[in-house]
Design a protein around this ligand. Structure first.
Ligand SMILES: *Cc1c(COP(=O)(O)O)cnc(C)c1O
Length: 354
């Protein structure tokens, strides 16, 4: 029996979307391949409210994260981390010999605009990374306020990890001044894993042109230049099957309506938060709670692993806490194409087991 997954990626995928992956193959140097990538690009630009070029990568989201920090850091990167995925960006910088400093907060706290301002005021940095929605702690960072700070530093390339929020939360890339906004298919977009997407602003392109050693496969500039030179194609062989599914799922998302989709995510999030407050407590401060997953503090000291196992017997899967938070928290994802009714059914089952 298939167990319904409420974990922060991979997520449930609609059968009709999965079926698109069985579309007969096309050549990756064909006119059809160009049309497919152009179509995905136009729809992603709509979903991200951006005019910037969209890049595709046949990797998961981490691929473009690594590519961004390596390809576009000329001097030094400031990595703002509120959890495991923020730290990942720092590890990537170090592993690629990219000079970087890590700015961390206690788990459950957010990256505040003052922190970004203080770091950038030193003049040491020409690139920053921020996690929009930290999947390990359930924090959604205040990107509106951070955008106000960034407006004062027009020379700094702004990279934003929206892997677990794109498709579930409104992210107005151009208005927020984000240069490289990154996501992958297997979270709120509601697709199988295997492709990553990002925006690349002219500023990011100019920065990359100044960097000599950008790597090869994950060189964002080579992805960008290839699109111009080869009319919307990919330098290597892309995951064409998933591109068919992505193009179709983006039609579904735009047909639902981005605003309606974001409202559905907000309604699921509010319901889970209210439930969490009635039975346990929220792990992050409420005003920084994510709209795509809720991290619940295990204030009752329940056996989280036991709860997860018993839920599985009933056909539902949720996540334990991430890393050190394994038993101290548990995580319920409400992203992609899940509905409020499905979330309610899950919570009713958890309540019976408690
Ligand atoms: C899942 C996740 C990642 C990693 O993405 P992959 O697609 O698994 O490489 C990065 N950042 C955040 C916030 C995530 O939730």
């Amino acid at each position: 029996m298939h167990k319904k997954i409420f974990i922060p990626g991979p997520v449930e995928v609609k059968e009709e979307v999965l079926a698109k992956m069985a579309t007969p193959m096309i050549g990756h140097r064909s006119k059809e391949a160009s049309e497919l990538q152009r179509s995905i690009t136009a729809k992603m630009q709509q979903l991200w409210y951006t005019k910037h070029q969209i890049l595709l990568s046949t990797t998961s989201g981490s691929g473009l994260m690594e590519g961004a920090v390596r390809s576009c850091t000329r001097k030094r990167a400031a990595v703002f981390s509120v959890g495991a995925f923020g730290e990942r960006w720092y590890k990537m910088a170090k592993a690629n010999n990219v000079p970087a400093d890590l700015y961390q907060v206690e788990p459950g706290q957010a990256t505040l605009p003052e922190m970004v301002d203080k770091a950038l005021a030193t003049g040491k940095y020409d690139l920053i990374t921020v996690t929009h929605n930290e999947t390990s702690t359930g924090v959604q960072n205040p990107v509106e306020e951070i955008a106000e700070v960034m407006a004062a530093y027009p020379e700094v390339v702004y990279c934003l990890d929206t892997v677990s929020s794109t498709g579930g939360t409104k992210i107005e890339v151009d208005r927020l001044g984000v240069d490289i906004c990154i996501t992958s298919t297997q979270k709120a977009l509601g697709l199988p894993p295997g492709l990553a997407l990002c925006t690349m602003s002219e500023k990011a392109v100019a920065a990359a042109r100044e960097v000599e050693h950008r790597g090869f496969y994950l060189d964002l500039l080579s992805l960008y230049d290839f699109i111009q030179k080869k009319d919307y194609q990919y330098p290597s062989t892309p995951n064409i099957s998933l591109m068919f599914a992505l193009d179709y799922q983006l039609d579904r998302i735009l047909a639902e309506g981005p605003e309606e989709r974001f409202a559905r995510h907000r309604a699921m999030a509010e319901y889970v938060r209210d439930w969490a407050k009635a039975h346990f407590a929220l792990f992050p401060e409420e005003k920084y709670c994510s709209n795509t997953l809720t991290v619940i503090a295990n204030t009752r000291g329940i056996n989280v692993a036991g709860l997860i196992n018993r839920l599985k017997e009933r056909g539902f899967v949720i996540s334990n806490g991430y890393g050190d938070l394994k038993e101290k928290t548990f995580r319920i994802a409400h992203m992609g194409d899940l509905t409020l009714a499905e979330v309610k059914e899950l919570l009713d089952n958890i309540e019976e087991l408690l």
